[in-house]
Design a protein around this ligand. Sequence first.
Ligand SMILES: C[S@@+](CC[C@H](N)C(=O)[O-])C[C@H]1O[C@@H](n2cnc3c(N)ncnc32)[C@H](O)[C@@H]1O
Length: 289
Amino acid sequence: MPGMTHEVRAGDQVLLLSPDGKTYLLGLVPGGSFGTHHGNLRHDEIVGKGFGHAVKTSLGHRYLILEPTLEDRMMKVKRLTQIIYPKDAALILLKTGLGSGMRVIECGAGSGSSSMAIANALAPNGKLYVYDRQERFLENARANLDRAGLGGMVEYRLRDVTQGFDEKNVDAVLLDLPSPWEGVAPARRALRGGGRLASLSPTYNQIEKMVTALDEAGFVLIETLELFIRHILVREGKTRPFERVIGHTGFLTFARLALDRFYSSELEEVREPVSASIAVEEEEPSGSL
Ligand SMILES: C[S@@+](CC[C@H](N)C(=O)[O-])C[C@H]1O[C@@H](n2cnc3c(N)ncnc32)[C@H](O)[C@@H]1O
């Protein structure tokens, strides 16, 4: 309902908007204090206020209290590694068809940014199994997911991808590590028939190796793409794109597991993008009544 007040409680995370347009993600603890260059904010003064309302610092500046979105939480994780950005995570969720109650494997954990998007999509009844070969990354990802209130959705495994996954019949696997092709055989063993695989790689040579590995392992509808995002500076009479853009994050590869051999790579010399081939199939045959 427009204008309805949702009250902030102790233990919540809030997004604070400063007078100079910066945002801060803050976990509220009783007696806590948040230091800013506009003065201090007492956590207890934020508790009990409604989202959308402002609170004053010790120096009298107003900070607006907002509810953090999944995107805010992903961008503000404590980062020890590269992360999957929200634009890429959004398409991964859509392409892998993730939803409540599904079981998913992710390797590696990194900083837990993509894990957040997946765990959120699987809630409340699904499970995400996060693998990484480095304990400090697993622990940092765990702390980030706990802070986002998603910890209960996730189990963590300290393991190199080449040693395989424990789970069977999972709905999807996400591989975000420098050698995702090493995860293809383990993913094949873990996925259910028709299960989806997604991976992100920053370089062309990685996607060549990955797509070859997927093809050889019997995955189908293999598709690789790159997403660009362009922010627009909107001002009356002089609206234009921002000069600075996010250049390159990574290439996304998607595939689905066929349990029966469906076609060989020789028959498929030119790979059509999945969406392009679907569009062609849906066209009315020419000359039909
Ligand atoms: C780029 S980070 C993943 C970022 C994560 N998707 C995020 O959004 O925060 C890559 C992770 O893969 C892990 N990794 C690299 N090689 C691995 C391997 N062979 N087995 C398991 N984990 C591996 C690294 O330790 C690192 O944490």
